[in-house]
Design a protein around this ligand. Structure first.
Ligand SMILES: Nc1ncnc2c1ncn2[C@@H]1O[C@H](COP(=O)(O)OP(=O)(O)OP(=O)(O)O)[C@@H](O)[C@H]1O
Ligand SMILES: [Mg+2]
Length: 181
């Protein structure tokens, strides 16, 4: 996986597969602490205690189309390559939170990549799911919540092209507004 935004896409796809109605994605860049953290929290069906230990094993998957699952083990590998790690918290029937941290300045830390593209793919492809996105960079914060956009749209779906364009612009400008690291 070339960048962190693709990991986020992958992990959020797990949340969607788990029937989540709300997915919260948080990115925090703290150059003072030399830390990048990423969290994906969902209210999907959760993972049983029995399986939580196994999900980092690429040979454990509930997919039926092939015998290995890679999303979580790839993210764990990327985090560890950059002196970080991942943690998985889950409660059956309640939801799952996947957190990953990276040493910000580590030479092997993958770039964030195109976060706006990732969010747009998720929102446009899953208009029934609500996405909360929060991006913090050294004290500045940008956030967007599709739940707050819905009432303004009336009958128009979130993935209506004009709506998607407005959301994309908001995200791009919002992230730009966080400034350079
Ligand atoms: N957010 C989640 N909610 C519930 N179960 C999850 C969640 N994330 C992962 N899982 C469980 O952990 C397993 C492993 O996930 P992982 O992303 O590593 O592989 P996969 O989704 O099975 O396959 P791939 O990501 O390669 O398409 C999944 O099959 C699923 O059973
Ligand atoms: Mg997966």
């Amino acid at each position: 996986m070339e960048d962190i935004s693709l990991h986020i896409l992958d992990i959020a796809e797990n949340s969607i597969a788990a029937g989540a109605a709300i997915i919260k994605i948080t990115i925090a860049e703290d150059t003072g602490k030399d830390l990048l953290s990423v969290e994906i929290e969902d209210n999907g069906r959760g993972i049983t205690d029995e399986f939580i230990k196994k999900v980092l094993d690429p040979f454990y998957t509930t997919r039926t189309t092939r015998k290995t699952g890679f999303g979580l083990s790839f993210l764990a590998q990327s985090a560890r390559e950059a002196d970080g790690d991942i943690s998985i918290k889950s409660k059956e029937g309640k939801g799952t939170t996947i957190s990953a941290c990276f040493k910000y300045s580590h030479i092997d830390r993958k770039p964030l990549g195109n976060i706006a593209d990732t969010l747009i793919v998720l929102i446009a492809g899953n208009p029934q799911v609500d996405f909360l996105y929060e991006h913090r960079r050294d004290g500045k914060v940008y956030s967007i919540n599709t739940k707050e956009i819905r009432p303004e749209l009336g009958e128009v779906p979130l993935n209506f092209p004009d709506v998607i364009n407005v959301i994309r612009k908001d995200i791009e400008d919002g992230i730009k507004g966080l400034g350079m690291v």
